[in-house]
Design a protein around this ligand. Structure first.
Ligand code: NOJ
Length: 516
């Protein structure tokens, strides 16, 4: 399978934009495409050269746009398809790339396909979703929508109960209503998915972040059906859009890679141990120095080896589904966390506002199906003007209330402060971009990642270029046995490191990159 990896992905540093909350130019309290266009220079200046845009299609917004009601139309609140097309063009003009968020597993109940599929008479969309053939039979283990259609049956849901599951078939159908992947209905769903991709790639988008990519074929325990489905998509892309980039929300890079994705996301739930790093009672990235990185690294290594060191895992600083990084770690800990995030393989993803340490806004009422996630989705804080420069709307009209603290971080203030988190992140991105070993495809070898111990150390390499990374969030000096003597320091934060007598000794709260 000839998976074309677009060259730009090798050196991509992504910035995730939640369009609702980024920049509002028409004063309705909700961000828009023109707002994003107006901030492309800010993103570029930070050093990010790629964007992941959360869903921006027509939707009743019961799950913030992950409940699409028309895949072919931009949501009017963000602008028009033409505006979105202009966003792609403006990004390209700056040598940046844009991934749209593709939601292939479910739609909104308001999608016309679903309304048609609820009808008693057979029609083109009868088999577009996973339906049982009797209202009294529920699809096992999936949750369902029932009792709202003339059609006699229950429809499986994929996430919230207003998100009916699109039908890509069952790996091994064992009930009369379960269709196989080769049946006409599932085949038509897949062809429609390709049409959607074709449409947006034709408009100039550079690829997709794919929502819940591993869950399309049902009762597919080993993922074989879903892998085959994505291989089919890959063939289409290789034929028609060979430079399209594909990043999956799957959490199993070996499977995702087999499916033809270029990179996979590390998930904050499931077995990844990602939360051990930043979001638990004793995170590794804390000066308290009571965290444990070893299980995260063990799992990371397992996935890395399973995918023959090729299944690239993207580690996000955060995203719209998890607590803000700055909810559990603060101050220099954030800088040290970025020294790690920006020196790992796979493309790093920076969630908008994390580069300035935006906080999780506590005690909010849920907005658009956000629930506990709402506090991580508050509007970007640009400057000291009204609504932190996000919008000219009355405060009560803002999409989500902002952080009200007097000392809330803003981009403007951090750009001006040379010791800010923003400037540290900018420096780290620039270093990553000047050394191939630090970029997406550079190899990684862990040198020190012991249970309940600090620091964390690893070597990144590409050809002859080798870079040792040492990260010590703990507020105490630590050391470990290692014979490496570096040639040159290329990044240092928080103190010195000494290399002598077969030991590396690391100052409290410090991070360093060294050419070896
Ligand atoms: C994952 C998305 O990131 C999340 O925001 C959404 O609610 C679910 N998938 C369902 O689409």
């Amino acid at each position: 399978m000839g998976t074309n990896q677009p060259k730009w992905l090798d050196n991509a540093v992504f910035y995730e934009i939640y369009p609702q909350s980024f920049c509002d130019t028409n004063g309705d309290g909700i961000g828009d495409f023109n707002g994003i266009i107006s901030k492309l220079d800010y993103i570029k200046e930070l050093g990010c050269n790629a964007i992941w845009l959360n869903p921006c299609f027509e939707s009743p917004f019961g799950d913030a746009g992950y409940d699409v009601s028309d895949y072919y139309s931009a949501a009017p609140r963000y602008g028009t398809n033409e505006d979105l097309k202009r966003l792609f063009a403006e990004a390209h003009r700056r040598d940046m790339h844009v991934l749209l968020d593709l939601v292939p597993g479910h739609t909104s109940v308001e999608h016309k396909w679903f309304r048609e599929s609820m009808k008693a008479e057979r029609n083109e969309f009868t088999d577009r979703y996973v339906w049982t053939d009797s209202i009294w039979e529920e699809p096992q283990g999936m949750g369902c929508i029932r009792g709202i259609s003339d059609r006699d049956g229950s429809c499986a849901v994929n996430f919230f109960s207003h998100q009916p599951a699109l039908n890509y078939g069952f790996y091994k159908p064992d009930r009369p209503w379960q269709q196989s992947m080769d049946d006409e209905g599932p085949k038509a769903t897949l062809e429609e998915l390709k049409n959607i991709m074709r449409f947006w790639l034709g408009m100039g988008c550079d690829g997709f972040r794919v929502d819940m990519a591993g869950s399309l074929v049902k009762h597919d325990e080993d993922g074989k059906g879903t892998i085959a489905l994505w291989q089919n998509v890959r063939e289409f892309l290789d034929r028609e859009f060979p430079s399209a980039a594909m990043v999956s929300e799957w959490g199993e890079p070996d499977k995702s890679l087999q499916g033809g994705f270029h990179m996979d996301f590390l998930l904050h739930f499931g077995p990844s141990h990602y939360n051990d790093l930043f979001r638990c009672a004793e995170p590794f990235f804390s000066d308290r120095g009571k965290g444990d990185v070893s299980e995260f690294i063990a799992k990371y290594k397992e996935n890395y080896e399973k995918s023959e060191r090729k299944g690239l895992i993207c580690i996000p600083s955060g995203n719209h589904d998890m607590d803000r990084l700055a909810r559990s770690i603060h101050g220099d800990n954030l800088k040290i966390a970025f020294a790690f995030l920006l020196s790992m393989p796979g493309a790093p993803f920076i969630y908008y506002g994390d580069e300035i340490g935006m906080r999780y806004v506590e005690n909010l009422v849920s907005v658009e199906g956000g629930y506990g996630r709402t506090g991580s989705r508050s509007p970007m804080q640009w400057d000291s003007s009204t609504n932190a420069g996000f919008s000219s709307a009355a405060k009560e009209k803002l999409y989500i209330p902002q952080d009200e603290s007097a000392d809330r971080p803003t981009a403007e203030a951090q750009i001006a402060d040379k010791n800010s988190l923003y400037n540290e992140v900018k420096k780290l991105i620039a270093i990553r971009q000047s050394y191939k070993a630090l970029q997406s495809k550079g190899e990684i070898e862990f040198i020190y990642a012991e249970k309940d111990a600090y620091p964390l150390a690893y070597v990144r390499s590409a050809g002859d270029e080798k870079i040792l990374v040492v990260i010590n969030p703990a507020a105490r000096e630590v050391s470990f046995d290692c014979n490496i003597i570096p040639k040159e320091s290329i990044y240092g934060f928080g103190g010195t490191m000494s290399f002598a007598d077969g030991k590396i000794t690391v100052s409290p709260q410090s991070a360093g990159y060294f050419r070896i």
